[in-house]
Design a protein. Structure first.
Length: 327
């Protein structure tokens, strides 16, 4: 097991939902970090206010830029003596990928490839790639492990799978130091309102329809974003070079059950009956290629890195709802 030092870190997409949680967690928990550079293009999904809790930390540096700008990335590595790159920057919304697959190819595939080309010139830099459970496709029963075959079913999943393959290929061909993590569905404060949980909360607040694909029977495994951040830091510090790690939430639930739980929690907060909000549930035409179920085995993370999620789903959902109610 490695004991890697991560003192000078470059984070791509650090103004996004998961990237910002990773930065907040790292600068709050690790005095050993000397420098943390956040490179973000600030698209619709990036918000610097997510980093307000740590923006005055002298170790933190924000750079507005594109991961496709190789000279800029190389300049940042040289200027700050970067020893670790953590690559969060990605287009991630499946519905958007169905509408515009090329945008996902450009950011997720070309963007990752551009970063790898730069890292080739710096043998001292470790590259960690953030991926998704969706690269494995759908599974009726059981759980995907780190050795499961890839079977992406959406343009988004295909773009992340392609990026994963390039990361592994560069490690083998050019000797790069890499790790990869696949996470289940993240939720928590600061998530964009296009995603399921914040979409439902926002719709409840505005008394709008709660759109549910199909009959809401699709199953997802939910992971609180701060638990994901902790897991990635564990992988950086103790994970084996060249290996991948599945970061599962261990909280599987049908979409319709999740929405019912959220309605009950929202109604209780307002001192109302959940029956008031039931008529807002609206079943809509299922999206093309909608995976029925995702499920990740967390055995490797638990056995090798002594990590498992700290938040139960009810606790995490309450924290999430409280944040959106006061945002």
């Amino acid at each position: 097991m490695s004991n890697r030092t991560c003192k000078r870190v470059l984070v791509t997409g650090g103004a996004g939902f998961i990237g910002s949680a990773f930065i907040r967690y790292g600068l709050t928990h690790f005095d050993s970090i000397e420098t943390l550079v956040n490179l973000d293009l600030l698209t619709y999904a990036g918000h610097l206010e997510y980093l307000d809790p740590i923006k005055s930390d002298p170790r933190y540096h924000f750079v507005h830029g594109d991961i496709l700008n190789g000279p800029l990335v190389e300049e940042l590595i040289r200027k700050h003596g970067i020893d670790t790159i953590v690559h969060f920057a990605a287009e991630s919304h499946v519905d958007r990928s169905i509408e515009d697959p090329k945008a996902f190819y450009k950011t997720n595939v070309e963007g990752t490839l551009s970063l790898l080309e730069v890292v080739r010139r710096f043998s001292c830099v470790h590259f960690h790639h953030i991926s998704t459970d969706e690269v494995f496709g759908s599974i009726e029963t059981g759980h995907f492990t780190e050795s499961s075959s890839y079977a992406p079913n959406s343009p988004y999943a295909a773009s992340k799978a392609a990026a994963d393959h390039f990361v592994r290929a560069y490690a083998t061909t050019y000797g790069l130091s890499i790790t990869i993590s696949h996470a289940s569905n993240n939720y928590g404060p600061c998530q964009n309102k296009e995603k399921l949980i914040p979409l439902m909360i926002n719709s409840l607040l505005e008394q709008k329809e709660l759109p549910v694909y199909g009959q809401g029977l699709n199953v997802r495994d939910w992971l609180f974003v701060d638990d994901h951040a902790e897991a990635v830091w564990k992988i950086l510090q103790r994970g084996n070079r060249g290996e991948s790690y599945n970061v599962g939430g261990g909280q599987e639930m049908r979409n319709i059950d999740l929405i019912q739980n959220l309605i009950a929690m929202f109604a209780a907060h307002r001192g109302e009956s959940s029956k008031i909000y039931q008529p807002l549930i609206t079943f809509v035409t299922d999206r093309p290629g909608h995976d029925f179920r995702y499920g990740l085995s967390g055995e490797k993370m638990k056995a090798k890195l002594d990590w498992s999620p700290a938040h139960g789903f009810e606790e995490g959902l309450k924290k999430t709802l409280d944040w959106y109610l006061h945002a």
